[in-house]
Design a protein around this ligand. Sequence first.
Ligand code: GTP
Ligand code: MG
Length: 255
Amino acid sequence: MLHRSAMWQHLFVSREQSILCLSYHQQLVVINFLCRFYVFLSFIFIFVWRRGRVSRRGICLVGLCESGKTLIFSQLIYKKAIESFTSLKENVGVLDIENKAPLKVVDVPGHERVRQRFFDTYKSTARGIVFVLDSFSLNKDIRDVAEYLYTILSDPVVSSNRPQVLILCNKQDNTLAKGPQVIQSMLEKEMNLLRNTQTNQLEAVAEGGNKKSTYLGHEGKNFEFADLSLRVEFAASSAQSEDLENLNKWLHSVA
Ligand SMILES: Nc1nc2c(ncn2[C@@H]2O[C@H](COP(=O)(O)OP(=O)(O)OP(=O)(O)O)[C@@H](O)[C@H]2O)c(=O)[nH]1
Ligand SMILES: [Mg+2]
């Protein structure tokens, strides 16, 4: 070990000395070469990053059970409604988008026992995530909805790939359904509470330990979707009434 570090030290010193010994012209050549090399590396990095983004064509439909994901999936892929039952397996279909490459839509089951496993399988290919919620039963389910949404948004793969996120306020045909703006502020309040409890729990469990999930928003400021590093939008829909116009517009913009 000692021998190795001595060797490195020798190499470093001799390199430094050799650079210092270069003439002014030679130094310029070295700097010029380093600059070109840096630009070359940046191009490679941008190329790889863009390729990664372009190759991600997946759209994950996620949300609690009964929020309407499978009905939305069948409207999008088969252009018709189907009678759906609680899904225990994912549905995958290809959606053609006008003047753009097709998207691969994945309907992830909402059941608590299986949803994480299916999401883990598809999350790295997600170009977009549609979080579907039932706008009528939200009062009752707010905690569960916020918890699931929090888990998805703070997932390390999601934070690093930064797919676009649409929170789809479904079942708007119900007269007592809440609109997207009200839902956004309800979720922001709930996510704020959740973030505080989660941060406290993490601090209590492992002081200075490794945090697996990403901190959402700005510390010392109430939670707001606008503060996230990924783009989150809200829209209304009713799969029952075949009103998926906002979703289709969003899918076109994401594709
Ligand atoms: N009124 C109304 N009912 C809807 C709407 N969308 C879906 N539903 C109904 O809600 C129920 C659940 O829909 P699914 O599509 O099976 O729900 P899901 O999200 O796939 O549920 P899981 O597979 O359990 O995760 C079905 O009876 C649908 O017909 C809607 O926009 N309005
Ligand atoms: Mg389903």
